[in-house]
Design a protein around this ligand. Structure first.
Ligand SMILES: Cc1cc2nc3c(=O)[nH]c(=O)nc-3n(C[C@H](O)[C@H](O)[C@H](O)COP(=O)(O)O)c2cc1C
Length: 331
């Protein structure tokens, strides 16, 4: 199956689909399957500790596919591994970098020296214009409803807003789990989609079965935003544990965060507790369930192999495009 867009031209791939980088979820198998199917499989570098394990994983991925693959690097101060992970990725021959949460200048400079592309997570026009000026090859428009750190703006407003002002490709991210939402994103001006939550309920994702089943059973109303994982709102499934803990930071931590000298340490403290809860839940090691997911859970009814997820998505996409406007709207 082939669907050409500006994104596929840029990445030299057949499908305008990114398998979104997901902390604790993306693994070697998932990256390989998405890329081999024609999209671009990606992973956060931080899914392996220490960095030499990351290098080993990347080499393993590269030994299984010649197709383009991508790595997500968090480019703010919370990530002490930025430089080393960038170097490892470039040495191994990563084709695409996805930057999140900070200034991507260094990644853009070094990636371009090595012929790799860089697209940056953005949630508004100001940040999108900044990364375009820095030389980014595209942006990922992270909209409301997304898994992870969702943006606050509806994709119906965000994508056309960015489209009017930018001259680099836009990748839509947030609540896309089927070909119908993919077609909608393309109608709004996106050149590709980045799909996260749908791929948690894949055969390949390395998470506990209970997490996958929670994705299958949940509705969009079960997704809530909590500050307890990283200090900024992140989307999770409403579990009894999340309900018990509440979604705001404890009062004292909020106060400490306001003190400039303490802010960074408090952030790191929240983040390390949050990641530990996420990790234990993803591995099924705790009844304190903290499961990250976006509103597209409403469109996910079964756990499928990644190949089947992409086939289904593309078939739905072509059907959606062919059948518009829907018959029931014509009379
Ligand atoms: C479990 C989970 C973990 C995520 N981890 C990361 C991450 O480490 N880095 C990042 O840039 N985005 C991360 N994201 C966001 C995704 O890359 C992507 O933007 C988002 O999942 C798209 O929305 P969707 O889940 O509705 O498809 C994560 C999302 C989920 C659901």
């Amino acid at each position: 199956m082939i669907l050409k867009t500006k994104f596929t031209e840029m990445m030299n791939c057949n499908l305008p689909i990114i398998g979104a980088p997901m902390f604790l979820v993306s693994n070697e198998d998932l990256v390989v399957k998405v890329s081999e199917k024609g999209g671009v499989g990606t992973t956060p570098s931080l899914n392996w500790r220490p960095p030499d394990q990351f290098e080993k994983a990347l080499k393993n991925i590269k030994s299984q596919t010649q197709k383009p693959i991508g790595v997500n690097i968090i480019v703010n101060q919370s990530n002490p591994r930025q430089k080393i992970d960038l170097k490892i990725s470039l040495d191994v021959g990563v084709d695409l970098f996805i930057t999140s949460l900070g200034n991507p200048k260094e990644v853009i400079k070094q990636a371009h020296q090595n012929g790799a592309k860089v697209i940056c997570d953005v949630t508004n026009l100001e940040h999108a214009l900044k990364v375009q000026d820095l030389g980014a090859d595209g942006v990922i428009a992270v909209s409301s409803g997304a898994g992870g750190h969702a943006g606050p703006i509806s994709p119906f407003a965000l994508i056309p807003w960015l489209k009017r002002e930018l001259n680099i490709p836009i990748v839509a991210a947030g609540a896309i789990a089927d070909g119908y939402s993919m077609a909608a994103a393309f109608a709004l001006g996106a050149s590709a989609v980045s799909i996260g939550t749908r791929l948690i309920a894949s055969k390949e994702a390395q998470v506990d079965t209970a997490y996958k089943q929670a994705i299958v059973k949940s509705t969009p109303e079960d997704i809530i935003l909590t500050k307890r994982i990283s200090g900024t709102p992140a989307a999770v499934i409403r579990t009894p544990y999340i309900e018990k803990m509440g979604t705001e930071l404890p009062f004292l931590l909020e106060q400490f965060k306001k003190i400039p000298q303490a802010k960074k340490i408090v952030q790191m403290f929240i983040y390390s507790l949050g990641s530990r809860s996420l990790e234990r839940s993803a591995k099924g090691l705790s009844w304190k369930e903290v499961w990250s997911a976006g509103q597209s859970v409403g469109a996910i009814n079964e756990v499928l192999p990644t190949e089947d997820i992409i086939d289904k998505l593309m078939n739905e996409y072509f059907m959606a495009v062919k059948s518009l406007p829907l018959k029931e709207n014509l009379t």
